[in-house]
Design a protein. Structure first.
Ligand code: SF4
Ligand code: SF4
Length: 364
């Protein structure tokens, strides 16, 4: 089989296994990953903030062959999730959760598909060895996706497909065969800077440069709601994650949204949960509602903290009783955040302006 035929067959199999986005990139002879230099510069400026693992895994991210000396190609993969608006802001939890986290935990969905796809790639003779990664190893995955022609890295740091936008999740399979590579897509951001202007915390400090210290998603996902107090108000209506810089992007205009992956888009048991119910949630209710959900990673306490913060910021009147109840909670952080939310709510009602800048930016 020629390298081109191998590449075509690999992408055909990828599509058959549920990866709408697929492309091939070759590892260069020196093994240095695409965008390694900007990643290193980003770390040196401390923009990884509390994400210490980004620094710890620096060497492998920059040079995949250090850990995978046999790797010759990267099969970059992706699938689109459901990005349609859902729920009533200030009332339903779902309205305050980033779209990628609303579905079934994509790690579980992707891992099952990747195992089968990796086996098929070997069985069909495309490679002798195939190793899959789905947020499970240190890879500069957007950079590899870009190199494999899936899209370009926008000024909001997301991978943007020229036709379908950026509401997609990524994975990779490393192969020991050198397949014919795809051509990287050109950057189409042009003079646009909507994402930079929309970010409520100015976390996009320059085009394509994110300061994770200031990004809401760093705190309400990666750090499970443990944000510094000065960011609580800026969190606005974002309970888990933050879609603001993606929603501002013209490449994510509603008319462009692709048909989402059916498995990622399937409704979850918690979709009907209100903010108030989330604030008052018990461990048993958490286990029932969030089994196999992407939100399980935020943890019970993280979700409650997030909901409390949003209730304070959105002046959600129906959450008041649940917030009052938190005053006697056994957890100090819950008590403290609820106290803040009740006071923030009260002082916000007295302000002449009806909404925070973060609310405005989120379109809530
Ligand atoms: S996710 Fe939100 S806080 Fe982070 S850069 Fe985008 S708009 Fe800013
Ligand atoms: S909003 Fe504009 S600048 Fe930002 S990623 Fe989208 S196209 Fe690029």
């Amino acid at each position: 089989m020629t390298e081109s035929a191998q590449s075509r067959l690999a992408k055909h199999l990828a599509a058959q296994h549920g990866f709408t986005l697929n492309g091939v990139a070759l590892l260069p002879p020196d093994g240095i990953a695409p965008r390694a230099a900007s990643y290193s510069e980003w770390l040196s400026r401390g923009f990884n903030g509390p994400l210490e693992y980004m620094r710890r895994t620096r060497e492998t991210r920059m040079r995949l062959q250090g850990r995978f000396p046999w790797a010759r190609s990267v099969l970059a993969l992706g699938a689109f999730y459901d990005a349609a608006p859902r729920g009533q802001p200030g009332h339903d939890l779902i309205a305050h959760v980033a779209r990628y986290a609303r579905g079934r935990d994509y790690h579980l969905v992707f891992q099952r598909r990747l195992k089968k796809l990796a086996r098929a790639l070997v069985d069909q003779g495309i490679a002798g060895r195939a190793h899959w990664l789905a947020d499970t190893g240190p890879v500069l995955e957007r950079a590899w996706g870009e190199a494999a022609g899936l899209g370009w890295t926008g000024k909001n740091t997301c991978l943007i497909h020229p036709r379908f936008g950026s509401f997609c999740l990524l994975a990779e399979i490393l192969l020991d065969a050198a397949l014919a590579p795809d051509t990287p897509a050109g950057n189409r951001c042009g003079t646009c800077r909507r994402c930079l202007d929309a970010c409520p915390t100015h976390a996009l400090v320059a085009p394509g440069i994110l300061d994770a210290n200031r990004c809401l998603a760093t705190w309400n996902i990666e750090r499970r709601g443990d944000a510094p107090e000065q960011l609580w108000a800026a969190q606005g209506g974002c309970a888990v994650g933050c879609d603001i810089c993606q929603l501002a992007c013209p490449f994510n205009a509603p008319r462009r949204l692709p048909v989402p992956d059916p498995e990622l888009a399937a409704p979850r048991p918690w979709h009907a949960m209100t903010l108030a119910a989330c604030i008052a949630m018990t461990p048993a209710a958490f286990n029932r509602a969030f089994a196999a959900s992407a939100l399980r990673r935020a943890g019970l306490k993280g979700l409650r903290l997030a909901a409390i913060t949003v209730a304070g910021n959105t002046r959600a009147g129906e959450c008041r009783a649940a917030l009052e109840q938190c005053r006697t909670d056994t957890d100090y952080d819950i008590r403290r955040r609820a106290e803040w939310a009740l006071q923030h709510d009260h002082s916000a009602r007295r302000r002449t302006s009806a909404s925070t800048s973060a609310d405005n930016a989120a379109g809530l």
